[in-house]
Design a protein around this ligand. Structure first.
Ligand code: ASP
Length: 347
């Protein structure tokens, strides 16, 4: 069924972050804006010929404080409202937006509607704010349909003229309006005078019923290799009680020291049933199992290649897979399979 434009409806979910600050007309100070007065703060929204509703988190959060409870709450808001709206715009702090987008992509199985996260580097209440443009374009994208099908039926991040797949994105700049990068996957859309969708790179809807998975297991750790990593700290980290998974951030195309103690620690951890995934510290490119001799011992020990996943996506995927309670062998198999377009193998 093709909806008339006037029948489209969007839900804005305001979670916090810099975007939501406006100037108090009395004091001139910046304070979180009241989403109830959305139209008052951004009058141009009244020009849209469709319904835009909003809900607000209470309390609003700086995204540097988010945790699995926050992400689960956000997934629940989408689940509860999924049938009532054609798309969702999530206003979120930029600091951890790529993490939240990655988590949501895994938690929202069979997502067939747009979930567009956006935010700002400068609050809406500041004259030069990037927030207004980000917000308006996110609304445009979340409401865009062709023949009754959403143009972007996936979790994406809109920031400064680019739409990226959420689980391919990371925050790369703390100051530029152009704060996000998606090095290993092309933009889903480029925004100028026209919004140009790159349809070949956007996930296709599967028209199945949505399933929302809300259990995340955070018994995991990220270990970034650096010259000088010492045996004691490495041993202590890998022997953390209850540890289920390790994201090992290695050098280049997946290389690590081939020192005996290092390989032994890894081998022992794998034998104890720890899921260890190898991803690169580089911004772009993938780990390639066995390209260099220095990566071979990792794979011989049972480490799983994470290919070109971002750290954010690898963390979200690991917490999702361990949270599902799958047997270890299935976790390993799914880790190297693209579930939501998060890696370039098997896509
Ligand atoms: N610290 C803020 C946050 O992530 C920064 C921002 O919104 O851009 O919530």
């Amino acid at each position: 069924m093709t909806l008339k434009e006037s029948e489209i409806s969007l839900l804005i979910i305001y979670t916090g972050g810099t975007i939501g600050m406006v100037q108090d007309p009395q004091t001139g100070a910046l304070k979180p804006f009241n989403i109830e007065n959305l139209y008052k703060h951004i009058p141009v929204l009244e020009s849209y010929p469709f319904r835009i509703d909003s809900v607000s988190f209470d309390p609003l959060v700086d995204s540097s404080g988010i945790d699995p409870d926050f992400i689960t709450e956000l997934a629940s808001v989408i689940e509860e409202n999924y049938e009532s709206y054609d798309g969702f715009v999530v206003l979120h702090g930029s600091d951890t937006m790529a993490y939240t987008a990655s988590f949501l992509s895994f938690m929202l199985e069979n997502l067939n509607k747009p979930v567009i996260l956006t935010g700002a580097q400068l609050p809406l209440g500041v004259l030069r704010s990037d927030g207004r443009e980000n917000f308006i374009n996110a609304i445009e994208i979340a409401s865009a349909q062709e023949d009754g099908t959403p143009m972007v039926p996936e979790v994406a991040i809109y920031f400064e003229n680019k739409l990226y797949r959420g689980n391919r994105t990371h925050k790369a700049n703390a100051e530029d309006f152009n704060a996000f990068r998606s090095e290993n996957h092309p933009a889903l859309a480029n925004i100028g005078v026209h919004i140009k969708y790159n349809q070949n790179y956007i996930l296709k809807p599967n028209f199945k019923k949505i399933k929302v998975h809300k259990t995340l297991d955070n018994n995991i750790i990220v270990i970034k290799l650096f010259p000088g990593l010492n045996k004691n700290t490495f041993h202590a980290m890998l022997n953390t009680p209850g540890l289920k998974g390790v994201i090992l951030e290695t050098y280049g195309s997946g290389n690590a020291p081939d020192k005996e103690w290092f390989v032994e620690e890894i081998t022992d951890a794998v034998k104890r049933g720890t899921l260890i995934v190898n991803i690169t510290q580089c911004e772009a490119g993938a780990v390639v199992a066995g390209k260099y001799a220095t990566s071979l011992p990792l794979y011989e020990a049972g480490v799983i290649p994470g290919y070109d996943m971002t750290t954010e996506a690898a963390i979200a995927k690991m917490m999702y897979l361990t949270g599902r309670g799958y047997p270890l062998e299935k976790q390993k198999k799914l880790m190297v399979t693209s579930l939501r377009g998060e890696l370039s193998v098997n896509t």
